[in-house]
Design a protein around this ligand. Sequence first.
Ligand SMILES: NC(=O)c1ccc[n+]([C@@H]2O[C@H](COP(=O)([O-])OP(=O)(O)OC[C@H]3O[C@@H](n4cnc5c(N)ncnc54)[C@H](OP(=O)(O)O)[C@@H]3O)[C@@H](O)[C@H]2O)c1
Length: 293
Amino acid sequence: MSDSPKPPRNAGLGYFRDRSVVVTGASSGIGYDVALAFGEQGANVTLLARRRVQLEELAQKVNKAGGRALAIDCDVTDRPRVFWSIDQAREAFGKVDILINSAGLLIAETVEETRPEDLERMMAVNVFGALNAMQAVLPFMRKQKSGNIVNISSLAGRRGVSPLGGYSATKFALVGITEALRVELFNTGVRVSLVMPGVIDTPMARGALKHESIKGMPAMMAMPARWVTWAVLAAAAFGLTEVDVPPGAAVAEKLASLFPGVTDALISMGSRFLQTATQMMGGGEKKDDSPKR
Ligand SMILES: NC(=O)c1ccc[n+]([C@@H]2O[C@H](COP(=O)([O-])OP(=O)(O)OC[C@H]3O[C@@H](n4cnc5c(N)ncnc54)[C@H](OP(=O)(O)O)[C@@H]3O)[C@@H](O)[C@H]2O)c1
């Protein structure tokens, strides 16, 4: 854990001035950008993730940008550590107003070849990690009759796609938990939001795009992390129920779910076309056919 340096000169400006925000998965990608954006808006930001060096670097940037940062190395699957970290945030900043669950793990694989232990690892971070953080903040958010929780799920949490079947399962689970919690918290002053991004240009997406079956997918289809950040900030500011990135994408998914067979066929043909195109351009790699235990 690092102590917060003295507030910089421009502290006090910004929409989230003096709000206490906890961001999980702050060492990379979306969580990193979200934490920085809250800092730029004058918030007190507690940064959680396992990689301490990245958190320390970000903490400096947040402090320079006008916020105040507290960096804590925390594995979200370690429940006592998560509860302790939230206590540290409350001690440093007096309260927690906003929790952003961005920590996530994606192991791309076809359903047939998914190793059960990989699905368990993804569940541990994407579902239990978010649950740990939510349960750590909820008692006092309920007591203070205010608070915002923003869970970053995925468009893959509304429609299963290959080779993200296991990952999709975890994101569907997160959607289910979030929707149920929203009902439980109705009229309590505590708001829970879902942010549902498509493909975002982060280390996670770049890793997934290395999987043989989607290697040909053009990188230009990936959107910048800042688009998700705007969605998260809007969700937290207005207590929005659900925000898609790009806007309206989940509506298309809901329409597609009315015709699941047609949707399956279109997605399947599209990905086969991509694979063929990639192979023709010489981008394909020889598949390792060895069994996965
Ligand atoms: N990129 C996309 O296309 C996309 C699309 C839809 C949804 N999402 C979701 O957006 C969120 C952020 O993803 P990203 O794209 O920004 O991925 P990323 O760049 O890989 O970042 C993932 C973050 O999660 C943290 N994390 C992983 N395991 C953790 C653990 N056990 N404990 C604490 N932190 C952990 C990582 O930090 P450490 O390794 O330092 O712990 C890292 O900060 C995820 O929930 C992801 O599922 C991403």
